[in-house]
Design a protein around this ligand. Structure first.
Ligand code: NAD
Length: 425
């Protein structure tokens, strides 16, 4: 199978590309490195040192991996570059991870919000248009978010995409059962892009026969995989700052260093989580079971479990010396919610997910301890408000970090292969 991994330089995309390559697939990575530029602009960075994509690809081959081609294309801006690649690579499938994915970034300023909307919507629509116009019948696996349903308590199990409804007919009787797309309720501009993405997927699926799987993913945790562990230069990224670091990663760093585990508010927020290995297994299964042409968009709630933030914090507090501290939430989200989502699709993929426990997260905490000297503690707590009581910490900020207002990352042009000698087409 020939697979293009869009956003293949990122946290989910890089280990996915290596896994698919290790499984014998011919893989191409497309990325414009916008994520690395945002890191640079905001003075953020992965805790694990990440090599350039060109170096990663050379090392992968040196470690016995099959050649992977790298393509520097801005998928939001360069339709011709994308369509040309689709025609020359002729993928059987495209896995689409290429998005600005941080809610805090999307909500940081008008420029950052507009960049997120423009970038994410145009990547998806350029891709769908390229598949429709070139006639290359590739299965599109899109990474969506379980957060599209919002963070209000719904009081029922969220189905996988479609909701059975019966209308009351004029005679007062119930009409036939129809399935409609479950309503979205985005609470951030990032989630808005995932909700709008879904309508684009549905349109191109119905009107142009594009075969689509939309994976409504929860927060991903975990760091390295057997493939990224083959060499330190293949390391996956690990973000722990308040912009790109997920709550679980921040807790892992705080626990590893004995710092206060900072819960926003009372910690009654419930979120969906899934381990990186299970993400890879789901993507692999999705690729092996493409929908038929004409089938509606297949939706899978790609989460392993739902968990309250205060319970997640306790997992880390129980395996560390850290205390739990409640701090004002910097986010405008409901302070309390239930989240019950049907994840039958994950199990139908044959995946028995890893659940969060002290034992399961210990490896992450160890990884952080091994790089403790590289942690910038000023990235761990949001600015403003009273913040955590960190007076005993010499390096902790008193009122958090002041971030530069991010303008939309500049397009560095220069599309084409990352290193033409690495391209296998
Ligand atoms: N990480 C999570 O917890 C999580 C949870 C739910 C959904 N998702 C979704 O999974 C996908 C991957 O997330 P991630 O954590 O790997 O993010 P990431 O930021 O690590 O990787 C995204 C990659 O896409 C690239 N990219 C962005 N815009 C691009 C463009 N216009 N052209 C080319 N490349 C572009 C970036 O440079 C980056 O390398 C995203 O769609 C995200 O919304 C992630």
């Amino acid at each position: 199978m020939r697979v293009l991994v869009l956003g293949g330089d990122g946290y989910c995309g890089w280990p996915t590309a290596l896994r698919l390559s290790a499984r014998g697939m011919t893989v191409g990575i497309v990325d414009n490195f916008s994520r690395r530029r945002i890191d640079h602009d905001l003075d953020l960075g992965s805790l694990t040192p990440i090599a350039t994509l060109a170096e990663r690809l050379v090392v992968w081959e040196a470690c016995g991996g099959a050649p992977i081609s790298g393509h520097d294309i801005d998928l939001a801006e360069d339709y011709e570059g994308l369509a040309g690649l689709i025609l020359s690579f002729r993928p059987d499938a495209v896995v689409h991870f290429a998005a600005q994915r941080a809610v805090p970034y999307a909500m940081m300023s008008a420029a950052a919000g507009l960049y997120t909307i423009r970038n994410n919507l145009m990547v998806t629509n350029n891709l769908l248009t390229a598949l429709a116009e070139t006639g290359v019948d590739a299965h599109l696996v899109h990474l969506g978010s379980i957060g599209v349903y919002g963070y209000e308590t719904l009081g029922y199990e969220i189905p996988e995409g479609y909701l059975p409804v019966r209308q009351v007919m004029p005679d007062g009787e119930l009409g036939p059962t129809n399935e409609v797309l479950h309503p979205f309720n985005p609470v951030s501009k990032y989630h808005l892009t995932k909700a709008l993405d879904h309508l684009s997927l549905a349109y191109f699926s119905a009107s142009h026969g594009v075969r689509v799987t939309d994976l409504h993913q929860g927060t991903v945790w975990g760091a390295e995989t057997p493939e990224t562990s083959r060499d330190p230069r293949l390391a996956n990224r690990f973000d722990y700052d308040t912009i790109y670091g997920t709550v679980l990663n921040r807790f892992a760093v705080q626990a590893a260093l004995g710092l206060p585990i900072s819960i926003y508010g009372a910690g009654e927020q419930t979120r969906g989580f899934i381990h990186l290995e299970d993400v890879l297994a789901c993507v692999e299964s999705a690729l092996a079971s493409a929908p038929r042409a004409g089938e509606r968009v297949r939706v899978v709630n790609q989460i392993a479990q739902s968990m309250r933030i205060k319970d997640l914090a306790k997992v880390f507090a129980d395996i560390s010396e850290s205390e739990i501290l409640h701090i004002p939430s910097p986010r405008s989200e409901p302070v309390e919610n239930e989240l019950i989502a049907n994840n039958a699709g994950v199990r139908a993929f044959g995946v028995t997910p890893t659940l969060i426990s002290g034992e399961a997260v210990a490896g992450l905490v160890e990884l952080v301890r091994s790089r403790a000297g590289a942690v910038d503690t000023s990235l761990l707590y949001p600015g403003g408000g009273s913040g955590p009581d960190t007076r005993h910490l010499s390096t902790a900020p008193e009122s958090g970090r002041t971030l530069k207002d991010p303008a939309a990352p500049a397009h560095h042009g220069n599309h084409g292969t990352v290193n033409s000698s690495l391209s296998v087409g």
